[in-house]
Design a protein around this ligand. Structure first.
Ligand SMILES: Nc1ncnc2c1ncn2[C@@H]1O[C@H](COP(=O)(O)OP(=O)(O)OP(=O)(O)O)[C@@H](O)[C@H]1O
Length: 238
């Protein structure tokens, strides 16, 4: 596998007169954990959607593991071994937590392996207490954890998450941080996130978006103390 596992070259996405993503050159290395942050409308979700194939970029290219995937449908991107969690729930509410995780493992690995993988994922992600619960009856934070269980059960080497901590309580966010680090043992991650408590706790490398472009890339400490970043969040730019 290549050292750079995901790259964009001059990636651009326009909606009519709005340039949501503006000529972005981005690289993610093997095993990396990267958060994408930026104020509302900075282009994070549009960028994420171009990576996953949900949107076809207006210009530029996406490479995953050195293969050009620009414009591929999301199911073909996923089949490269990429776990994708969007803001749209993908859980089946009428099934139990275990059944949801099992089905994800089954699709890729077959029935015999699915039992073992589901048990392992439930253990790793701390879902044991709720394994038999019907997903539709769970609290929001628990459902988010189940969504990650579904992603992990497909054994991805690269995971793309759009706002995994959205709407969570402080305790749920802390739990999610542990899960992210657990996933990062086997996979590189890109996480679009707003929650600063979550971002600080993860202590990942950060890419800051502003007006569709990359404003800076650095550690969480450097980003949080940078005056340009403070300015875009306070609306002086971006
Ligand atoms: N489908 C669309 N059609 C038209 N304009 C869009 C569409 N999606 C996004 N935009 C515009 O593109 C720009 C970037 O939006 P985007 O949602 O990517 O930003 P964001 O950084 O993810 O913001 P937020 O943090 O609020 O989710 C905004 O001006 C937005 O209005």
């Amino acid at each position: 596998m290549a050292d750079v596992v995901l790259e964009t070259r001059n990636l651009t996405m326009r909606f009519g007169g709005v340039t949501a993503v503006d000529n972005v050159n981005f690289k993610l290395r093997r095993g990396e954990l990267r958060c994408l942050i930026g104020p509302n409308g900075a282009g994070k979700t549009t960028f994420f959607r171009c990576l996953t194939g949900i949107l076809k970029p207006t210009a530029g290219e996406v490479f995953i593991d050195d293969i050009e995937t620009t414009g591929w449908d999301p199911q073909y991107v996923a089949r490269m071994g990429i776990g994708i969690k969007t803001q749209v729930p993908s859980v089946m509410d009428g099934l139990s937590v275990r059944e949801n995780v099992w089905l994800s493992a089954y699709r890729l690995s077959g029935a015999r392996e699915a039992d073992r993988i589901a048990a392992e994922v439930i253990e790793r992600l701390g879902l044991g207490d709720i394994a038999r619960s019907t997903v539709g009856r769970l609290a929001h934070g628990e459902r988010q954890r189940v969504e990650l269980g579904i992603v992990v059960a497909a054994r991805p080497w690269l995971v793309l998450l759009d706002e995994p901590a959205a709407g969570m309580t402080g305790e749920e966010v802390e739990r999610m941080v542990g899960i992210i680090h657990e996933i990062n043992r086997d996979a590189a991650l890109i996480i679009v996130e707003h929650d600063m408590q979550f971002i600080r706790s993860i202590a990942a490398q950060i890419t800051v978006f502003s007006q569709g472009a990359v404003l800076m890339e650095d550690t969480v400490e450097a980003v949080m103390s940078d005056s340009r970043v403070r300015d875009v969040y306070l609306g002086k730019r971006g």
